[in-house]
Design a protein. Structure first.
Length: 82
């Protein structure tokens, strides 16, 4: 499994396309920003951030935000989120 992990992650990432905005929202939430902070940073409304996060959940096939972040991280689509 370790020998093919990167190939599996890349394949998974291609199957679960996230929009750039969904990815931005996920990354900010993943580093501990609140919905309000994420909205302010991106210049969006609170509701719009929730909309993008829900879209990411749907695209990743998860039931909640935390699972979406875990799956995106496992697939390698969050990249470096320092």
């Amino acid at each position: 499994y370790d020998a093919i992990r990167e190939k599996l992650a890349l394949r998974g990432a291609l199957d679960h396309r996230l929009t750039p905005r969904q990815l931005q929202c996920l990354k900010l939430i993943a580093i501990g920003k609140t919905l309000e902070e994420t909205a302010e940073i991106l210049g969006l409304s609170y509701s719009t951030v929730r909309f993008h996060l829900k879209g990411a959940e749907i695209n990743l096939g998860t039931l909640n935000r935390a699972s979406a972040i875990r799956k995106a991280a496992a697939l390698g689509v969050l990249g470096d989120i320092d």
